[in-house]
Ligand binder design. Structure first.
Ligand code: GLN
Length: 507
């Protein structure tokens, strides 16, 4: 069931949170050996659920998602569960405090199911850079679930959790959404607190929801979003209800008068034929629902990946300097002893994986005296050009659209030794991070050639997240009407009840 349906059943007392939580824990027990979405399952989940049920029985006023389980990407600090960010260097580390978004989930009465797998420090597009082994795509266990937040997306796609949290620095919520047939939203930069989110690149990072429907993403966004004085980049805006926006999109279902721009640079050559085909059909669907579709030229987007892979490593090399063996996690003392620097070097050598080291070296180099202007400074100028392309586009249209990822899920191992091929997965998602605007990935059907999920990305101007939810929900309904509810992942032991429910379109 979706989070919205669970919430209704909980309010109606048709289900208890203990039952709902137990069902998801059972599902995790049944499939997660294969999927490996979770790094840690919360031993207190049932106790939390029981407490919510007791509060409901006592007539306490509860939030809309009270009693609904949620999975949490391991980049987010949780004071009762280890937080590793997918790295050996933080193995077993239990933070002294909760990330603000986690505290808000708890306050809302949601039940944390556990921590989900991710590429180490959120660097990657496949979860293969997790120090704890990859997550597998529930649609095909030999394929990647996307990354870095492949654990959250796979957990939701495999029905191990109704909703989850992710983080998106260059696409880590939206690209896993695309390849697992789930919904993922990167909010406006500053719209959701990053306090207690282990930083990758601070000018790009955003926390956001992962779900199976647009309405569920909106419900979670309403819980985690809004100003946080503990995050200096947090916007002080009064945000509208995103769930109301999604509901109005579902109800009227029209896109009459909405102007949508298809970004020329985010499609075409290099995109899988089936992805392009589904996208073309999706655009036709938008037009049939009354939207005006125009092509948009964004010439600077051609340089977005290059700029991102200088800015991100530069900021990451600085953020990761704090993993120095003194303050957090692992400490390795060289056999021959040595200075504090020797201990730090030995710890970082043993604690960081290859992709993290590659980016620290790249970033340190790009920031070094003599190269700063040539690399980091130039990349920042390109970033401004990307922002201007968006500004120009949004003078003409209300929303921008593109495929969420250039291909469907590729086989595990295919790109692990080819960093540039791995980086190209983020072609479509990176511009939104560079500009700080919100983006959403919605499933747009299965690619005909391989039967794997594809996603459409919608982007809106900064602060217009509600527009994404409203028209995203309308588009989701159109897509579902044209597809039927066929987006059911085939995890290995999908039992008979679920299979027949899936066939009847119930789940
Ligand atoms: N795949 C991108 C990268 O490796 C995105 C990462 C992210 O959004 N955390 O940098």
């Amino acid at each position: 069931m979706t989070a919205a349906a669970l919430a209704d059943a909980l309010v109606a007392r048709d289900l208890s949170s203990v039952e709902v939580t137990q069902a998801h824990l059972d599902r995790i027990a049944a499939v997660d050996t294969d999927v490996h979405a979770f790094l840690h399952v919360n031993e207190s989940a049932l106790a939390v659920a029981q407490a919510v049920d007791a509060r409901r029985a006592a007539g306490d006023a509860l939030g809309p998602l009270a009693g609904v389980p949620v999975a949490i990407k391991d980049v987010l600090c949780t004071q009762d569960m280890p937080t590793t960010s997918g790295s050996r260097i933080l193995e077993g580390w239990v933070p002294p405090y909760d990330a603000t978004v986690v505290a808000r989930l708890r306050q809302a009465g949601m039940v944390p199911l556990g921590k989900t797998n991710m590429d180490e420090f959120a660097m990657g597009s496949s979860t293969e850079f997790s120090a704890y082994g990859p997550t597998r795509n529930p649609w095909d266990l030999d394929r990647i679930p996307g990354g870095s937040g492949g654990g959250s997306a796979a957990a939701v796609a495999a029905y191990e959790a109704p909703v989850a949290l992710g983080s998106d620095t260059g696409g880590s919520i939206r690209q896993p959404g695309a390849v697992t047939g789930t919904v993922g939203v990167k909010p406006t930069y500053g719209g959701v607190s990053r306090y207690g989110a282990i930083a990758l690149a601070s000018s790009l990072d955003q926390v956001g929801p992962v779900s199976r429907t647009v309405l569920d993403a909106a419900l979670v966004h309403d819980v985690i979003g809004g100003h946080d004085p503990r995050d200096s980049t947090s916007l002080t805006d009064a945000w509208p209800s995103f769930a109301d926006a999604a509901r109005s999109g579902l109800q009227d279902g029209t896109l009459a008068g909405v102007r949508i721009g298809v970004v020329k640079e985010l499609g075409g050559d290099g995109f899988q034929a089936g992805v392009t085909q589904r996208f073309t059909e999706t655009v036709a669907l938008l037009e049939s629902a009354g939207a005006t579709v125009v092509e948009i030229d964004a010439p600077s987007f051609a340089y977005a990946i290059s700029a991102y892979y200088l800015i991100l490593p530069a900021e990451a090399s600085s953020n990761l300097a704090k993993f120095d063996s003194v303050r957090f996690g692992m400490r390795v003392t060289p056999a021959a002893g040595g200075t504090v620097e020797d201990v730090m070097a030995a710890t970082r050598e043993a604690g960081f994986g290859p992709e993290v080291k590659r980016r620290i070296i790249l970033g340190t180099y790009a920031l070094s005296a003599g190269y700063y202007d040539a690399y980091y400074g130039s990349a920042q100028k390109v970033r401004t050009l990307v922002q201007r392309d968006f500004d120009r586009a949004f003078e003409q249209v209300d929303l921008l659209a593109s495929p969420s990822a250039p291909t469907t899920a590729f086989p595990l191992g295919e790109k692990i030794d080819d960093p540039l091929a791995m980086y190209l997965n983020d072609l479509t998602t990176i511009p939104a991070n560079l500009a700080g605007i919100p983006g959403m990935s919605i499933p747009m059907g299965l690619a005909p050639e391989d039967g794997l999920p594809t996603g459409v990305q919608l982007m809106a101007p900064a602060r217009q997240d509600a527009r994404l939810y409203r028209y995203g929900a309308a588009l989701e309904r159109l897509l579902e009407d044209s597809w039927g509810r066929t987006l059911i992942s085939q995890v290995p032991d999908l039992d008979e009840t679920q299979q027949s429910a899936a066939e009847e379109g119930v789940i």
